[in-house]
Design a protein around this ligand. Structure first.
Ligand code: GLN
Ligand code: ZN
Length: 769
């Protein structure tokens, strides 16, 4: 095909769509089913109606080929485990008794059986259920769900494209089942898995699928030669089948890199590539391999995971270049629209001018369709859309919201010394010891105390106007008094106020910072029926007034021991929000850091001697490719230091992270230059402490001795044993005693007993050194 006829044939599609429905109908139906209020039949009806609405919306918008099979009652990776028959032994009876209940048992566990482990889907905030495989795994095909959803779409007269998690990504995301040696490599099961995919593909073909999309996002990460070989083999095998639909291998979230030439050489009929952000490198890479002659290219030019409108001219220029590089070019979102909210038009509280800068799933769909039309029929056919797009981009670029001269001047004036404490650690440590007068093995907690129903009700009452601000504040003060008095009685050394006033550790700050937007309906699936509404970093960030000083000061006024100030760090503020796409992440992080720096300094001025800046997202925000790590870690650590280095040497800076394995960020943790770091460690028997010691970490460490992810109360002996283990790695002068993480999800009864035991353990072990 010439590039002109390739253009004329350009079509619009997306890789997947949000599942929840306008009013989160899916969440309500599923949770209703769990509570026994909704029947299985009615849950299935709701799900089918949502799929129909989604497809109809896509088709009405002008999408030519609709994705099917991407819908899920919980998670698409779990659906893939069902499709290939990888049901863990412990769940088999439940699945055989009732496939729906068995499915939810795998997702959530039951009283007697543990669920599958859950973890983050690449660098998004979506979580999938980790497949559990072993050398004895037997795969059996079950194409029921895929075939049924395909047929539903066909019955509506649509052109469906079933979406499956590809076999390589499926295996690379899997881990050794319990009881299987941890070094078991699931990819060794590829030969057993491929025939199952072959059968599913044949079933889909028989049911009427012309194309099937196989998602292989794992290929945008650094892969070993063996993994690349396996990839080539898998797609040569599947491509060599006679009874199959045409195959489209989809990649997203980053550039395909070395996997691109491998896939290009296989007989699959199409590839989908991401051309947004750093993945735009796919364009040069594609040219370098000589394009995809005779193949279909799905060009992901509309960013599927941020909330901003597309730059049509830029996309059309990319698409124009791509026309010469493939047999057929279609236009798509860069990934499934699962990662963005449904409809920006529902946001009535956001300034209509700003709403015009936003594109959620519906708006992104319209963008894809417009671009495909422009490509196929000429840009004069989209003249009105182009003009509107140009005007909206100009309005955003020129707005006082996105360009605050004071914020920009301050960020530009930052020097290296601003990001450095005035004294080196050893001197600071001595000053802090003198100032704080803490015992050996000081005890503390990570910040939050139980978020009780009463607290949530008080917040809802305030929002609904049932109570006034003063009544709400009295309620919070009462809670703080209780939290402080409990900690003092329990004998904890460094106290916290308990964070009762915070709905969420990011949202609470986002609501108070200028430049952040909150949405009313911007729900995005985090996992299963849990949806979050990430705030939007829309403009330059500034802090109109102190955010936490009032409550910290109040807590200190009723406490006889130091109360720790509690803030969320710049990396986490970015990681759990939608970020700007019109400036480097590091610039946004620097603006947030400067706002936090003022807060840290204000806390110190208000008499706070210990200030914790949480960075639980430091590691999860690591770019997918190792080559990009250093650049990220440079701005990430710089922004943390910028927020924390304006204090006196005798003010102690803490940080906290919720993970037990951090080999790849060890150096970065050192670069934060925090005086004390607390980490998750209880389940891994203080392994972090050992790793830090081996790496020569010079500062103070609080490896958690209380696993807060379980309602179980750790005994004092157990905590003491963990502390002794910690002491093998970290000397007593530098070891802290604390739980793994905040206590907001726990109940008071467990928390009371657990913390009392923790103090007893600290006292016992103190006496031994
Ligand atoms: N300070 C926060 C809390 O205790 C930290 C939460 C977190 O690490 N995710 O809740
Ligand atoms: Zn934590």
């Amino acid at each position: 095909m010439t590039s002109k006829s390739a253009a004329a044939a350009a079509q619009a599609t997306v890789y997947g769509y949000p599942r929840q429905g306008r009013n989160r109908e899916l969440k309500k139906a599923i949770e209703g089913y769990w509570k026994g209020r909704v029947t299985a039949g009615s849950l299935r009806d709701t799900a089918a109606a949502l799929r129909r609405t989604n497809w109809q919306q896509l088709a009405d918008a002008g999408v030519h080929e609709v994705p099917t099979g991407d819908f899920s009652l919980y998670d698409h990776v779990l659906d893939t485990s069902v499709m290939v028959g990888a049901i863990p032994a412990r769940h088999r009876a439940a699945v055989e008794a009732d496939s729906l209940d068995g499915y939810f048992a795998m997702a959530r566990g039951t009283q007697d059986v543990a669920p599958l482990e859950m973890t983050k889907w690449f660098d998004t905030n979506y979580h999938y259920l980790v497949p559990e495989l072993g050398p004895d795994t037997v795969f059996t095909p079950d194409s029921t769900k895929q075939v049924a959803e395909l047929k539903e779409a066909l019955a509506l007269g649509l052109t469906p494209r079933p979406v499956l998690v590809g076999p390589i990504t499926y295996l690379l995301l899997a881990k050794a089942a319990p009881g299987v040696a941890a070094d078991f490599e699931p990819l060794t099961l590829l030969d057993r898995l491929l025939p199952v995919y072959a059968e599913v593909l044949a079933d889909l073909r028989a049911a009427g699928a012309a194309w099937v999309q196989l998602d292989e996002p794992a290929l945008v990460q650094d892969r070993t030669p063996a993994e690349l070989n396996a990839t080539g083999r898998a797609y040569r095998d599947l491509g060599g089948l006679t009874d199959r639909p045409q195959l489209l291998v989809a990649s997203y979230f980053d550039r395909l890199g070395e996997a691109l030439p491998v896939l290009a050489k296989t007989p699959v009929e199409g590839l989908a590539l991401d051309f947004t952000g750093p993945a735009a490198a796919n364009l040069d890479d594609l040219a370098a391999v000589g394009g995809l002659p005779g193949k279909r290219l799905l060009a992901g030019v509309v960013n599927g995971r941020n909330v901003w409108i597309n730059d049509f001219e830029k996309s059309l220029s990319t698409l124009g270049t791509l026309l010469g590089l493939a047999g057929r070019v279609d236009v798509s979102s860069s990934c499934s629209l699962l990662h963005v909210p449904l409809d920006a038009a529902a946001e009535r509280d956001i300034d209509p001018q700003i709403v015009r800068w936003l594109a959620f799933a519906r708006q992104k769909t319209a963008e894809v369709v417009t671009l495909a039309r422009g490509l196929a029929q000429g840009t004069d056919t989209i003249a009105a859309e182009l003009a509107a797009n140009r005007a909206d981009l100009a309005s955003r670029a020129g707005s006082a919201i996105t360009r605050d001269p004071a914020v920009r001047a301050r960020a530009a004036a930052v020097t290296a010394t601003d990001g450095r404490r005035s004294q080196p650690y050893a001197q600071r440590a001595a000053a802090q010891r003198a100032h704080l007068g803490l015992p050996l093995l000081p005890t503390t907690t990570i910040g939050s105390f139980p978020q009780t129903t009463e607290l949530r009700t008080a917040r809802a009452d305030l929002r609904a106007g049932r109570i006034d601000e003063a009544a709400y504040e009295r309620r919070i003060e009462a809670e703080i008094r209780e939290v402080i008095s409990f900690q003092e009685k329990a004998g904890i050394d460094v106290l916290v106020h308990g964070e009762p006033e915070r709905n969420d550790m990011v949202q609470y700050f986002a609501e108070q910072l200028t430049g952040y937007l909150a949405t009313q309906h911007g729900w995005v699936q985090s996992y299963g029926t849990r949806y979050v509404r990430p705030p939007i970093l829309a403009g330059d960030i500034s802090r109109p007034e102190p955010m936490t000083v009032r409550w910290t000061r109040f807590a200190q006024s009723v406490a006889g021991r130091p109360v720790k100030g509690m803030l969320t760090g710049p990396v986490t503020m970015l990681a759990w929000s939608f970020v700007r796409d019109d400036q480097l992440l590091g610039e946004t992080a620097r603006q947030v850091a400067l706002a936090l720096r003022d807060e840290v300094n204000d806390l110190e001025a208000a008499g706070t001697s210990v200030i914790q800046v949480d960075e639980p997202a430091l590691r999860e925000t690591l770019p997918l490719r190792a080559a990009d790590h250093a650049g990220y870690l440079a701005w990430a650590t710089e922004s943390f230091r910028l927020s924390t280095s304006g204090v006196r040497p005798d003010t102690q800076i803490h940080t906290h992270m919720c993970y037990a394995e951090f080999g790849d960020v060890l150096q970065a943790i050192d670069d934060l230059d925090a005086d004390v770091i607390s980490l998750e460690a209880a389940r891994s028997h203080m392994q972090v402490a050992a790793e830090l010691a081996v790496a020569g970490y010079p500062r103070e460490v609080g490896p958690g001795v209380y696993d807060i992810h379980s309602p179980r109360i750790p005994g004092a002996d157990e905590a003491a044993a963990l502390l002794r283990k910690g002491l093998e790695a970290i000397p007593g002068e530098r070891l802290w005693v604390n739980p793994d993480c905040g206590l907001k999800t726990r109940g008071w009864t467990e928390v009371r007993a657990s913390l009392e035991n923790l103090v007893t353990a600290a006292r016992t072990v103190r006496a031994e050194i």
